[in-house]
Ligand binder design. Structure first.
Ligand code: TXD
Length: 309
């Protein structure tokens, strides 16, 4: 079987960790695409991992490039390309810059990788995945955004820590847009099959929900220079792995909705089955009135950013 080709568009913090995870688990050959100014960084990261490959025992090709011809024909494309906010830059300035970048990336991927499964990570996530799909013209089922896996992982990590139990036994899901309006579904959260609500008081649960909503900012504050990069890379990896191995995992991803949850024409964080065809199915859960209300608030926030785009 031919090895899979995985293109990382953006070889910064998340791109670098993704390259390492892919190499270490031998998921496929890696091409890291960067702008000419940062080509050396992409090539350096690729070479560094390649030189380590005999130590962790992986056979693979890794390459840094600034030429979309090297990206062509990729099976999976993961997009982290973008600029971080710089001092004096407003959120709007950042949005404009990243929209322009994602449009350009989308057009190039549409031309060179028509069959790829594309995972978008760049912020503001829900608007960037929308922009990428439009620019690339790729089918909606093959373009998804990564946020829910990460937000859910954070939620589960905090619960495991609080209860002093293994993360393996905590299951739970966070829906909605990637931001303060995300919707953790408490009633679906279990620990070894036991509902969370039987193991933890409401005040503790509320505190964990609040920490999950602000988790991105907590890391930004601690790092002082950049945002979380290991857990986002691991989250995108899980989505890619489910696609390439046709695992059909049920994962919360930003998927394009066509009537599900009463939403049409937008990307939103919902549970979806990820298999060989990309998004195989959006899983619809009957939401309580309050959950649906929270999801609608989240949708309004997503709509507002998409409107700016
Ligand atoms: O849950 C989530 N979706 C997220 C999203 C969680 C954490 C971080 N999230 C966002 O991911 C973050 O706000 C950023 O928008 C992206 C990427 O984060 P990362 O930490 O990897 O950013 P870097 O290190 O700045 O890397 C971005 C790279 C950088 O090396 C640029 O040179 C490159 O993108 N870049 C480009 N690459 C290709 N093509 C173009 N046009 C381009 N422009 C910049």
């Amino acid at each position: 079987m031919a090895r899979k080709k995985i293109a990382l568009i953006g070889g910064g913090q998340i791109g670098g960790i993704l390259a390492l995870l892919i190499a270490e688990r031998q998921l496929g050959d890696v091409v890291i695409y960067e702008i000419p100014n940062s080509l050396g960084m992409a090539q350096g990261k690729a070479l560094d991992i390649l030189e380590g490959s005999p130590v962790f025992g992986s056979d693979l090709r890794l390459q840094g490039t600034s030429d979309y011809r090297d990206v062509a024909g990729a099976d999976v494309v993961i997009v982290t390309a973008g600029l971080p906010r710089k001092p004096g830059m407003s959120r709007d300035d950042l949005l404009k810059t990243n929209v322009a970048i994602i449009k350009e990336v989308g057009q190039n991927i549409g031309k060179t990788c028509p069959n790829a499964f594309c995972i978008i990570i760049t912020n503001p996530l829900d608007a960037m995945v929308y922009t990428f799909q439009q620019a690339s013209g790729l089918p909606h089922a093959k373009v998804v955004g990564m946020a829910g896996v990460l937000d859910s992982a954070r939620f589960k990590a905090f619960i495991a820590q609080e209860l002093n139990v293994s993360v393996e036994d905590v299951s739970g899901m966070v829906l909605g847009g990637h931001g303060d309006t995300m919707v953790p579904l408490i009633r679906t959260c279990t620990v070894g099959g036991v509902p969370l609500t039987e193991l933890m008081g409401q005040d503790k649960i509320d505190a964990i929900v609040e920490r999950t909503r602000k988790a991105g900012g907590e890391i930004v504050g601690l790092l002082g220079n950049g945002s979380a990069f290991v857990s986002p890379a691991a989250s995108a990896f899980a989505m890619m792995d489910s696609y390439l191995k046709d695992k059909r995992r049920a994962l919360p991803v930003a998927a394009y909705l066509q009537g599900e949850y009463g939403i049409s024409g937008y990307y939103m964080g919902v549970p979806a089955v990820i298999g060989a065809n990309g998004v195989e199915k959006v899983l619809e859960i009957q939401l309580t009135q309050q959950e649906q209300q929270e999801l609608n608030v989240s949708l309004e926030a997503v709509k507002a950013v998409v409107a700016e785009v």
